[in-house]
Design a protein around this ligand. Structure first.
Ligand code: CA
Ligand code: CA
Ligand code: CA
Length: 570
């Protein structure tokens, strides 16, 4: 479905455009830039096996387009300390500067986990400080990675979990046990290592029964109750993890991995340095009684699933949204560990459920994982928050939403209220397939990202520079290329200039993967209008836009937006 404006343009075209052989000839016209939208709703596409009721309180999740990326590491789970700083693990730094020069790698016998403090109130202007490492043996597993982080009453608890590899080519397909928590009483300067280990029988919980056997709370994450756990119902820390049981319902590789599983489990403990690694101090969620009251048990044997959805319960986090009085659960289904991943958001007014579906975000990222809502960045009305995740560790995948990265990637989101109107724009309708493409460019200015060119917004410097692509000093050499995973049948492209009055495209050339080319003319300088280029429908896997001529004042040529429309027969 297209917005009303689009229908008007189509009618206008049918009246004024000449038609040859049933198709419009290659031609150009100006189209007005769609109004900038406040947010873009991510379509919720739950699979048929989903049995969640839809939430009536939070009816969807939308992205405003504002984002920020920090470091070249993943595994960020910030915990909000009483001193207003965020305390997080990190690991697996990939190139670049790591975290202020500190590099962490959690696979192999020399596994270490990173930790760092995040300062600042504005998610767009955070400062990472005090990064350091803690070693810990993964034996008899192959890797030992960070999981839950809690800063409470001046003590920092940093959890780890074991992973194993297997011979079938996936990424860490076997989830192992949790060997407890490292504890720091001086804000991360020194640590008392966990006395527990990854060996079955010597881990925190009495699981697995044998090496590589399934676990229920393999990678626990602390429920984020706000600053210094301000909203814990009973002063206890709650931990949520994903797992599976034995025997499983089917035989699949990576059934239970770092990012895949069958159930979600919950436990709680009064946090103190002496309690945190003492299993006898833990209580387990044991289901509900006949009146719907949550049951808690001191016996791990009585642990029951908080969510039970075979093959759809991977890595999980929970945050309390205090203004809305709602718990938000983020679950990633990342099977088979190296392709696109799905994330869904659930909400409940009780930590023990029942949970209702906010959004099932298919191919979110397109490979996002370790998804959480840091409570510090929830707005006073509870409707704006920032989603924290890492994305696309498997290279050469498209990025969606724009700005996602292998990093601490923070994205501003809006939680839809019932009856709230949803903004429309032809740039975010399904007919525009530019956002589905992998974007590459001859160069990109260091303050910009090429992905701004397909974010659905015509904008840029001197406004929001995240909404456009600018080159690093290029003029008539610049090339932008969009590549799709599948061939696409297209018949129109919209091109919008950078809105500033220095940089302007005077001429260009569209080159398609089928070998055809189309010359394009001047783009309106201030981008209040764009250039629509129409051509006979063609099936392509990629297209490239070559800038062939620019205005004399141009410094860093680029585009604020490109849209590519699929051919609609009829
Ligand atoms: Ca399963
Ligand atoms: Ca844009
Ligand atoms: Ca311009």
């Amino acid at each position: 479905m297209f917005g009303n404006n689009y229908v008007c343009w189509l009618v206008f075209w049918a009246v004024t455009g000449s038609v040859v052989n049933g198709f419009a000839p290659e031609s150009e016209r100006q189209v007005p830039a769609p109004e900038p939208i406040a947010f873009r709703v991510w379509p919720s596409m739950p699979p048929e096996s989903s049995s969640f009721e839809l939430s009536k309180t939070i009816t969807g999740l939308a992205f405003t387009g504002r984002y920020a990326n920090y470091t070249t590491a993943d595994t960020w789970y910030p915990s909000w300390g009483a001193d207003d700083r965020l305390y997080s693990p990190f690991t697996d730094t990939a190139g670049g500067d790591g975290v202020n020069g500190v590099r962490s790698w959690s696979g192999g016998g020399d596994a270490v986990v990173g930790h760092a403090v995040i300062e600042g109130d504005n998610p767009l202007k955070l400062k990472l400080v005090e990064p350091d490492l803690i070693p810990g043996s993964p034996v008899p597993y192959g890797g030992r990675y960070p999981c839950g982080s809690l800063m409470f009453d001046g003590n920092w608890y940093l959890g780890t979990y074991a992973l194993n590899n297997a011979s079938y080519g996936l990424n860490w397909p076997i989830l192992g046990p949790c060997p407890g928590f490292h504890v720091s009483k001086d804000l991360g300067k020194t640590w008392t290592p966990s006395p527990l280990s990854c060996e079955p029988g010597k881990a925190l919980f009495p699981e697995p029964t044998k090496r590589n056997g399934p676990v229920k709370i393999g990678a626990p994450h602390f429920v984020d109750f706000g600053k210094n756990m301000a909203h814990s119902p009973d002063g206890k820390a709650y931990l949520v993890g994903h797992g599976s049981t034995e025997p499983d319902q089917e035989d699949r590789n990576a059934n239970l991995s770092w990012i895949t599983g069958d159930q979600i489990y919950l436990c709680r403990v009064k946090p103190s340095p002496s309690n945190i690694n003492d299993e006898s101090k833990y209580e387990y969620f044991a289901g509900h009684d006949d009146n719907g009251q949550a049951l808690w048990s001191w016996d791990f044997e009585n642990l029951r699933p908080l969510v039970d959805w075979d093959n759809n319960c991977g890595c999980v986090t929970i945050t309390y949204n205090a203004p809305l009085k709602r718990f938000l659960m983020c679950v990633t289904d990342g099977w088979p560990t190296i392709q696109t991943m799905n994330t869904y958001i659930l909400e409940s007014d009780s930590i023990t459920g029942p949970w209702k579906l906010v959004s099932y975000m298919k191919d979110f990222g397109v490979q996002a994982y370790f998804v959480n809502f840091p409570s510090k960045f929830i707005s006073p009305d509870g409707r704006t928050a920032w989603l924290c995740y890492s994305g696309n560790f498997t290279r050469n995948q498209p990025v969606n939403p724009p700005g996602g990265k292998y990093a601490m990637s923070l994205h501003e989101i809006h939680l839809l209220a019932p009856d709230e109107s949803i903004p429309e724009s032809p740039l975010i309708e399904p007919g525009n397939i530019a956002p589905l493409a992998t974007v590459s460019s001859s160069s990109t200015h260091s303050n910009y990202q090429a992905g701004g060119v397909t974010d659905g917004c015509v904008g840029g410097y001197p406004g929001n520079y995240q909404q456009e692509w600018a080159t690093q000093g290029e003029k008539d050499t610049a090339i932008l290329r969009l590549t799709w995973n599948q061939p696409q049948t297209i018949d129109r492209v919209w091109l919008f200039d950078r809105p500033n009055d220095l940089d302007q495209v005077l001429s260009g050339l569209l080159v398609f993967s089928d070998g055809s080319t189309v010359k394009t003319g001047r783009l309106p300088d201030n981008a209040s209008y764009g250039l629509e280029v129409r051509f006979e429908p063609k099936s392509v896997k990629w297209l490239a836009f070559f800038v062939t001529g620019v205005g004399s004042k141009t410094q860093n040529i680029g585009l604020s937006e490109i849209a590519v429309f699929t051919y609609q027969s009829e």
